[in-house]
Design a protein around this ligand. Structure first.
Ligand code: ZN
Length: 388
């Protein structure tokens, strides 16, 4: 397939070929139908108007290639997506990201619906209003109703932009599980080093934290878990993403925010160059997505009224580009690293269907607005008709 992708076609054509290939693999493996933008039944639209609607967004871990996921040889790494989630979801095979391929800036772009241009390794807020600000301001929701669980201390400002019409006091609350664990182990965290590694690209970048990040005493007050229980539970976990999902599940149980954004990141260990760790990261991410889906079905506050979105922030380089090093990095900005996917599952959303038209990364925020009932006035994408 890769060779065929290279024969003089434009980026747009390449990205479409990739999407069709992804669709064909899914049709063969899971027997999904190919969808068109049909009108949805009235009951589905009525359900969408319910005030108790919730949304959980999960970013799929820092970028994986199709070879290790949706292509035939990769599907064994994503059994939960293939067998549990995709059969219950609308799946978009062509989500194109034209922004900067750094994890913080790309995740911020997903959360604002604008391609943010700030330095990925700087402790800054997004420039444009985040989905959390639109949600809270338009719907007059308290800060407890919008939360981000983020993998790296570098994400501590993702909940709130610096935009003058939004910003201050209107954002999401951000939990940084690694910071929580550092605080809980008060510097003697040698048993937890495997959970504390902060990012996989620049080990020396560790921003000073300031602002509205989660405080340790809230572990007990808010999440209802004692510091000792938290520490002993953390010892059973194998990765930072497992720690994040543990925290996210406590948050769902105790606070039940209507808008919850969980950024997974283990797959990005690929930067270290070990293929086996990268694949292990994909398999773990697949399992954690399933755990979150099950948590949604089991928690009374979420069951039956929650839409789950799963999407990568972006992909990784192809093997063929000399500038890329294959799975290891995302440096070249080639079509493969920019063409990702998204699944959406929840009340009123068609199941077991694949759409291969091009969707833009910036379409997510307006889509969440259409589902939850707010207007993302400065976002540049548009609502994805097939799921709103
Ligand atoms: Zn990376």
């Amino acid at each position: 397939m890769r060779r065929a992708l290279r024969n003089g076609a434009s980026d747009r054509e390449l990205s479409h070929v990739l999407a069709r290939t992804r669709r064909d693999f899914l049709r063969e493996a899971a027997g999904v139908a190919v969808g068109s933008a049909l009108f949805r039944p009235a009951w589905a639209r009525a359900a969408a108007a319910q005030r108790k609607r919730k949304v959980v967004v999960v970013t799929f871990g820092g970028g994986a290639r199709d070879q290790e996921t949706f292509m035939q040889e990769g599907q064994e790494n994503i059994p939960h997506l293939m067998r549990e989630l995709i059969p219950r979801a609308s799946f978009f095979t062509q989500v194109v990201n034209q922004g900067i391929l750094g994890h913080y800036v790309a995740t911020a772009s997903l959360a604002t619906g604008v391609y943010e241009t700030f330095n990925n390794f700087a402790a800054v807020s997004p420039e444009w209003p985040t989905v959390f600000e639109y949600f809270r301001k338009d719907l007059k929701r308290p800060s407890s109703d919008a939360w981000v669980v983020a993998p790296s201390n570098g994400f501590n400002r993702i909940g709130e932009s610096s935009h003058r019409s939004y910003g201050s006091g209107l954002g999401a609350r951000v939990i940084l599980p690694k910071r929580l664990l550092t605080a809980a182990t008060s510097g003697s965290g040698h048993d937890y080093q495997h959970l504390l590694r902060d990012n996989y690209e620049t080990p020396y970048y560790a921003p000073e934290l300031a602002g509205s990040e989660f405080e340790l005493q809230q572990l007990e007050m808010l999440l209802k878990v004692s510091v000792d229980d938290f520490k002993s539970h953390a010892q059973t976990l194998t990765s930072p993403d497992e720690l994040s999902v543990y925290i996210a599940r406590r948050l769902m149980r105790q606070v039940a925010p209507s808008l919850l954004w969980i950024t997974l990141h283990d797959i990005d260990v690929a930067h270290a160059g070990a293929y086996s760790l990268y694949v292990e990261g994909i398999r773990r991410t697949d399992r954690l997505c399933s755990e979150l889906w099950h948590a949604i079905q089991e928690e009374p506050e979420y069951a039956g009224q929650t839409t789950l979105f799963v999407l990568p922030d972006f992909g990784r380089d192809s093997d063929e580009d000399a500038g890329g090093n294959g799975f290891q990095h995302h440096r070249t900005g080639d079509v493969l690293s920019r063409t990702t996917w998204m699944l959406a599952s929840g009340p009123g959303i068609r199941e077991n269907v694949v759409f291969d038209r091009a969707v833009d990364s910036r379409d997510l925020v307006p889509t969440l607005g259409a589902i939850l009932g707010f207007h993302a006035s400065l976002a540049q994408g548009k609502p994805i008709d097939e799921v709103v």
